[in-house]
Write a protein that binds this ligand. Structure first.
Ligand SMILES: NC(=O)c1ccc[n+]([C@@H]2O[C@H](COP(=O)([O-])OP(=O)(O)OC[C@H]3O[C@@H](n4cnc5c(N)ncnc54)[C@H](O)[C@@H]3O)[C@@H](O)[C@H]2O)c1
Length: 381
């Protein structure tokens, strides 16, 4: 008869096999500045939490570095994204993978975090390549505008991949979280509170406080629209108009964010604008952040150098979201006949495209905004 301890070991092994089978596997799709920080946050937690596999895959859009080496190989050798997050160790359990299909194949939790303009192409490549029981979360700020109307990125993911998608947004300038400075974030979920709590556990650390609200559209629109207001704040800085003007632009911007969100989705909650994804993200983006910075340079140059040129020169491969979001918002506004209701959003697009000078950012109020937001509906006064 075999000794008792052998039997125990065998049953332990089986138990551990079953446990392994039920552990969530996380893949981060994207490896820019925020993508790399998200992978670092998640990897520190998967090591501690028994319900997750330790390893975190991170899909890398392959690039050849000036040294001639491949970015993904350098990340795996140094445990550091030398291009998008230099000087920060990601955690040894982060594995960079340049093969998109391979990176997502076994994942039960997919974290999408690429610039929004690449998402439709990425989702199309992933159709039929992911697990049917996978859950997704989008950290992406931006929207797609289609013939039938605006489409939020979480909806794009759900529609193209047939999976549930939460969102995570907040006052989160990636470089500050990378060095573990305290900040907060908001998870937006549709119905399933348990799934939202799993995402909260995956992201929360003592320096990154995450809470969940049942308002996917509200959270996602906050994160998306504040980049348009940040462009306006950058114009104000470039024109050296001072703090009162910037505060006024932020207030008007917040009002337009709320009105636009509620006109598109009546389910959007007022309280969402007081979460980290709302007012807090608006403030941090209008004080710091790349959209504000490049818009400041645009205004200092009197609008004579294009955003594309300034983005390439100032951001070293990182992408601006505010200018393309302003164009997308403008398309929605003009299509629906709402341009006059949103003078700040409209002016940002017209200045960005050179139709108006940067100084027009404070002249728009002469067109008397006739927006009166009453109990969630926008009406003419
Ligand atoms: N950086 C931040 O502080 C921050 C904070 C919160 C949210 N976000 C949001 O996160 C999202 C991702 O931003 P980021 O900062 O991680 O990226 P980033 O702007 O730092 O980097 C750009 C990324 O896009 C990749 N890329 C370039 N061409 C591509 C292509 N054709 N297809 C796919 N990928 C391509 C690059 O390899 C790189 O990983 C954006 O929606 C952004 O608004 C960023």
């Amino acid at each position: 008869m075999a000794p008792a301890f052998e039997d125990e070991t065998a049953s332990e092994t089986n138990f551990s096999d079953v446990e392994q089978l039920h552990k969530s596997k996380v893949t981060v799709v994207g490896s820019g500045n925020w993508g790399s920080v998200a992978a670092k946050l998640i990897a520190s937690n998967t090591l501690k939490l028994s319900s997750f596999h330790d390893e975190v895959r991170m899909w890398v859009y392959e690039e050849i570095l000036p040294s001639g080496e491949k970015l993904s190989e350098v990340i795996n050798q140094n445990n550091e994204n030398v291009k998008y997050l230099p000087g920060i160790k990601l955690g040894k359990n982060v594995v960079a993978d340049p093969d998109l299909e391979h990176a997502v194949k076994d994942a039960t939790m997919l974290v999408f975090v690429t610039p929004h303009q690449f998402m439709e192409g990425i989702c199309k490549r992933l159709v039929g390549k992911i697990r049917g029981d996978a859950e997704a979360i989008s950290l992406i700020k931006g929207m797609e505008v289609k013939m039938e109307g605006p489409c939020m990125i979480s909806t794009l993911i759900t529609d193209l991949l047939g999976i549930n998608c939460c969102v995570l947004m907040g006052a989160n300038i990636a470089n500050e979280i990378a060095v573990e400075k305290f900040s907060e974030a908001t998870v937006g979920y549709r119905e399933n509170r348990d799934i939202a709590e799993r995402w909260v556990r995956l992201f929360s650390t003592p320096y990154f406080m995450v809470s969940a609200v049942q308002d996917v559209e509200g959270v996602e629109l906050c994160g998306t629209l504040k980049n348009v207001v940040a462009i306006a704040a950058g114009f104000v800085d470039g024109l050296e108009m001072g703090n009162n003007t910037k505060a006024a632009i932020m207030r008007i911007g917040l009002r337009e964010m709320k009105a636009f969100s509620k006109l598109l989705f009546s389910s959007v909650r007022d309280s969402t604008f007081f979460e980290s994804c709302g007012i807090a993200d608006l403030i941090t983006t209008c004080l710091g952040g790349r959209n504000r910075k490049v818009a400041e340079a645009f205004a200092r140059n009197g609008g004579k150098r294009s955003f594309d040129e300034l983005e390439a020169e100032m951001l070293q491969g990182q992408k601006l979201q505010g200018v393309s979001t302003a164009r997308e918002v403008y398309e929605v506004l003009s299509h629906r006949g709402w341009l006059e209701l949103f003078p700040l959003f409209t002016a940002v697009h017209e200045i960005s495209t050179g139709r108006l000078p940067p100084s027009a950012i404070v002249e728009y109020s002469e067109h008397t905004p006739r927006l009166n937001v009453l109990e969630g509906s926008a009406q003419y006064c």
